[in-house]
Ligand binder design. Structure first.
Ligand code: NAP
Length: 265
């Protein structure tokens, strides 16, 4: 098994990744960042997001493992003081994995070019300073004319990130769904939007058609793309999925409780 280790630059993460590297080498694992079977990230959910994009072309063959140097995360099952247990689990690896849905994003630009992205958390379309005006189609049928700061389309695992800050529901990652949330929509006697989070089924798609201006910002996870006039963004559940090596099970709702409520002693 070939293992790549991706760490953020924090002192705690660097120390944990050095210890992990030493223990994996001593256990006889092949370490290297090219064509790994397993990618271990050391940091937080943000570090896992970066590694996901780095290996987005190899999703069919790569399994991810997240080690968190702070609290437990949504993509991170291990804590930095459990590195010995993780190495033992890897030695007994039988290919166990769990997979989660991704977001497929297709952008058509005013200069007749197009682009394709995969998101692990979400994609957003936003405008700062002035109102975003955007037609929203569902399954190619007109749904609403949105006015406000922006729209966010998230995966189930992304539902605990930016989508939640927009008032979106927390979605169990076993559901193959997409969630559309509004960012500060304008609702009055003149302009009207649904004004509620919306869940799309796996065979549905949403198309955002903003007015073709330079100052609309599109984001895919942690990336903000260079601004250019967008004709349409079409978002649906991707055919690809992200795979995580799963050596022990943690209930999703325990993770949610730990992250947002923390009431357990
Ligand atoms: P970042 O600093 O890497 O992440 C911002 C926070 O979001 C961190 O605390 C991170 O956790 C957490 N996070 C990331 N993915 C998550 C998930 N699936 N569920 C729960 N929490 C999650 O920020 P960035 O590089 O700009 O963007 C990365 C992601 O952060 C975006 O995809 C977006 O979802 C999220 N974000 C949220 C807000 C908001 O809620 N207002 C604003 C900006 C960005 P760790 O500390 O474990 O890394």
């Amino acid at each position: 098994m070939k293992i790549a280790i991706i760490s953020n630059s924090g002192a705690k993460s660097q120390a944990a990744s050095t210890a992990l590297r030493q223990q994996l080498t001593a256990a006889g694992f092949d370490l290297g960042t090219k064509q790994p079977d397993v990618v271990i990230t050391v940091g937080g959910d943000g570090t896992l997001l970066s590694a996901f994009h780095r290996y987005a072309d190899s999703l069919a063959t790569v399994r991810f493992i997240g080690v968190h140097t702070g609290h437990l995360g949504f993509y991170t099952d291990w804590r930095d003081y459990e590195i010995g247990d993780l190495v033992t689990a890897l030695q007994h690896d039988a290919g166990q994995s769990v997979s989660y849905p991704l977001l497929d994003v297709r952008a058509e630009f005013a200069d007749h070019t197009s682009a394709h992205y995969l998101a692990l958390n979400e994609a957003t379309l936003r405008r700062y300073g002035s109102t975003m005006r955007c037609d929203v189609d569902i399954r190619d049928n007109f749904f609403e004319n949105f006015r406000g700061d922006g729209l966010c389309v998230s995966t189930p695992t992304g539902s605990t990130a930016y989508s939640k800050s927009n008032g979106g529901a927390v979605i169990h990652p076993r559901l193959d769904a997409l969630q559309v949330t509004e960012i500060a929509s304008i609702n009055n006697r003149v302009f009207r939007t649904l004004a509620a989070p919306m869940l799309l089924a796996p065979d549905e798609w949403v198309t955002l058609k903003p007015e073709p201006r330079e100052d609309y910002l599109m984001t895919v996870d942690q990336f903000t793309l260079d601004p250019q006039p967008i004709v349409s963004l079409t978002l649906k559940v991707a055919q690809e999925r992200v795979h995580f090596a799963q050596y022990r099970h943690m209930h999703f709702w325990d993770r949610v409780e730990d992250a947002f409520i923390g009431a357990k002693q």
